[in-house]
Design a protein around this ligand. Structure first.
Ligand code: NAP
Length: 338
């Protein structure tokens, strides 16, 4: 079996999880080159990794380059992404910089693997909240045609990165001591609080924050449904790991909760956890460390025709980022695209 030279740019929460997932899934690697902003050693689960400052020298000769650096103008992908492609690497980018770029397929391997065939060297990994939502919506969309989606999210602080996890831990301790809390990462205290504000306002959708716009636009791109009606409210909650979503979905054709559960349970990567009478449904604690997208509380919405409600929960660092990125690479190998 062919083995690949793999680079990882960014070794925060997502990058660290990518190292774990590559190892767990025995990804066919001959070498792993880890890069970030500066040289040092990093310990991951008792193994020491040499981390170098990102450079073209280190990106040369790489087969797969996973980008898990900060987004935006000073982030890793804008600076190094397409240069790595020119040097011959297949880039899988976790950030937001190229998700809506027509050159970049936006892929959840269980949902739209065929989009990989049109790649031009850079494949975008969707936003964490989008991945778990489309994973649950895709089999239902194929069966009954989605007319409209209304989603509200309850998103963990790990979605913001390591600094936010540290901030929640610190704020919980400070609050319990009865001392005043100084928010740094977020606009408000996140301990014992929640707020409907993820990312920044954008002119294109007045009143919507960036995460909500990502969910709308990325879902349309992945499901190849440019006109699909979707609205989202994204809320940050004081949970460390695991995003939860209350999704109301209206279909073109009738779809019963039993049929939806059957379709979902036959879909790879989905686990139906749905026995409300016994208080059995997905929770962030239940999903943490798991690979599947958990779906429960599937029920008929009596207020609209052909509509269902459901509750979808997934580990935002695994399926929402690291696992999906590695699965994209595995799928490309399987499809003979690399
Ligand atoms: N957390 C999630 O749930 C999630 C889900 C989906 C997608 N993502 C995306 O994945 C990416 C990483 O997220 P994260 O949560 O792991 O962030 P993080 O914990 O803040 O880590 C960011 C990493 O990027 C490195 N970095 C920043 N700028 C760089 C540059 N110009 N060149 C090279 N390396 C650079 C940092 O290097 P140093 O260590 O040297 O400072 C650090 O290792 C982001 O784009 C994020 O939006 C995150």
């Amino acid at each position: 079996m062919k083995r690949y030279v793999v680079a990882l740019v960014g070794i925060g929460l997502v990058g660290t999880e990518i190292v774990r997932v590559l190892k767990e899934r025995d990804f066919p690697m001959s070498e792993l080159r880890v890069m970030a902003t500066r040289d040092r050693e990093e310990d991951i689960d008792g193994n020491t990794y040499w981390v170098s400052a990102t450079s073209m020298e280190r990106l040369h000769g790489v087969d797969f380059a996973f980008f898990a650096g900060t987004e935006g103008a000073r982030g890793a992908s804008r600076e190094w992404g397409w240069k790595a492609v020119e040097a011959g690497a297949l880039v899988i980018d976790n950030g937001d910089d190229f998700r809506m770029d027509p050159r970049a397929p936006l892929v959840v391997p269980e949902v739209n693997p065929e989009a990989l065939r049109s790649h031009q060297g850079l494949v975008a990994n969707p936003n964490c909240s989008t991945i778990q939502m489309v994973a649950a919506l895709a089999p239902l969309h194929r069966a009954a045609g989605i007319k409209r989606v209304v989603v509200s999210t309850y998103q963990a602080v790990s979605g913001t990165g390591k600094a936010a996890v540290d901030e929640l831990l610190e704020q919980i301790a400070v609050s319990l001591r009865g001392e005043p809390v100084e928010p740094r990462v977020y606009p408000h205290t996140i301990a014992f609080n929640c707020f409907p504000h993820i990312s920044s306002l954008r002119d294109e959708y007045p009143g919507y924050y960036g995460e909500e716009i990502k969910m709308i636009k990325e879902t349309r791109k992945i499901l190849d449904a440019p006109e699909m009606a979707i609205t989202a409210t994204c809320v940050r909650v004081p949970v460390f790991s695991g995003h939860s979503e209350a999704i109301n979905v209206q279909f073109e054709r009738p779809l019963s909760p039993d049929e939806a559960r059957r379709l979902l349970s036959e879909t790879p990567g989905i686990l139906v956890v749905d026995n409300p009478a016994e208080a059995v449904y997905p929770t962030p604690r239940l999903c943490t460390g798991r690979d599947e997208v958990l779906v429960g509380r599937v029920r008929q919405d009596p207020s609209a025709e052909n509509a269902l409600d459901m509750w979808v929960v997934a580990d935002n660092i695994r399926k929402g980022a690291a696992l999906n990125a590695v699965q994209i690479a595995e799928k490309m190998i399987e499809m003979g695209l690399r």
